[in-house]
Ligand binder design. Sequence first.
Ligand code: EPZ
Length: 430
Amino acid sequence: MEQYAIKGGTPLVGEVEIGGAKNAALPILAAAVMTDETVHIDNIPDVRDINVLLDAMKSIGVMVKRDSRHSVTINGANINSLVVDDENIRKIRASYYLIGALLGKYKNAEVTLPGGCDIGCRGIDQHIKGFKALGAEVNLDHGMIRTHCEKLTGNHIYMDLVSVGATINVMMSASMAEGTTIIENSAKEPHVVDVANFLNSMGASIKGAGTDVIRIKGVSKFHGTDYTIIPDQIEAGTFMFGAAITHGDVTVKNVIPKHLESISAKLLEIGCEVMEEDDCVRVVASKKLKHTHVKTLPYPGFPTDMQPQITVALGLAEGTSIVTESIFENRFKYVEELIRMGASIKVESSTAIIDGTKGYTGADISAPDLRAGAALVLAAISAEGFSTIDEIKYIQRGYEDFHIKLKKLGADIELVESEKDISKFKIKVV
Ligand code: EPZ
C-alpha cells in the first residue's frame, strides 16, 4: 500500500505551480456532455476524482480524449445510456453533477447516489428540491437517484441552505429549462462562477453567479466551446499554510489572489507576511505564529476545505485558538492523529480548542480524508523526526503530485510502498 515517508524539520521554501480547481473541473466536465458538439477543456488537474468521473462518462458512451495530462476533448453526441452506475463513481461526491447535466439535456437521468470524503452526513435534499421545482419527478431507491420529466420549466427556487453542489446542479438543469429560473441563497464560491462562465460559453444565459441570486434564461441547445478551468483555491491555500506551518517562504504561482483573500487574511492575523502580485502570492513565516479564532463559512468566508490546515498551524501558535466548523459535522477526525504528534487540542462538537505547543513530533499516522490528509502531511514536514502517512489515496483524490511539489519546496518526503522502502528512505535522509 502506498504511503508517504517524511523526515520533518525542513521549512518549505520556493515556488509552486498551482493546478486547475478540482471542484470546478468536476461539474464542468459533467456539463460538457450537455452539447452534441465538441468541447475542449484545459487546466484540468490530474487527480483521482477527475479520472473516476471521466471513466464514468465513458461508460455511458461519452467520447473522452485526454489530449495531454491537463487537457481533454469531450463529445456527448453518442451517449447510449442515461444510467450511470459505474462501481467507482459511488466513491465520489461529484457523481451527482451528471444528474443535473443529463436531466437538463435529456430530461432523464439515473445516477448512483454520491459518496465522497467521510466528513459528515452530506444531504442532497436541496438538489432534489431544485429538480422538483423545475418539474422533474425524483425517486431514490436501490442506491440510485432517478429523475425524469416531459419538460423542465423555469421556477423561483429558494435554497434552504447555501450549497455549492445544489447551486451548480440546479443551475445546470435550469439552463436547459423552458423560461426563467431564479435561484436565491445560492453559493458564491469561485467554482460556481467558473461553471456559470463555462455554461455561458456553450450558449447558456446565466447572470448573477458569484452573488446570492442567480438568474437563468433557459435555452434549448448548447454548442461546443474551448474553456480553461480556474486555479485551485484550496491547493493554493494548502501550500500557503504549508509556509506558515513549517516557518518557510512559499510563493504560490498561477493563482487568482482575490479567491485567496480569507486565507491571506488569517495568515496575516497569525503573524505571517503575505505579498500579492497579479497571479502569485508569497507567504513568509519568519516569526512565532500567533493564536486566533476562525469559523468556517461559505465563500467569501474562510473555507471548510482549509479548516484542517489552519488547525495544524494554530497547534503551533502561541496561546489558545478556537476553530469552529460550521459546514460539515464530522470534520475533526484528524485531530486524534495530530494529538499523537504532540498537539494539545480538545474537540467539543463543532469546535476545536487549541493550546499551541512548541512543535510536533513524527508518528505513524493515517489520512482520514482529503484535506485533513494534506494538513497532516504538513504537520509531519514541520515535526521533529520521522513520520509515515497511510491512506494517501484520499490525498490523491484532490492533490496532483503532492509529494513531488513538496519535495521541490525542500521537504524530505518520499512515496513508499513497503517497509524496505521506508528503511531505505531513513538511511538516505539521516
Ligand atoms: C463541495 O461539496 C465540495 N465538493 C467540498 O469539497 C466542499 O467542502 C464543499 O463544497 C463546501 O465548500 C465538491 O465540489 C465535489 P455543499 P458539496 O453542498 O457540494 C449540506 C474537498 O475537500 N447540504 O456546499 O457536497 C451539506 O451536508 C471537498 O474538496 C444539505 O444538507 O457541499 C453540508 O453540511 C470535500 N443538503 C453543507 O450543506 C443538500 O442538498 C454544504 O454542502 C446539500 C448540502
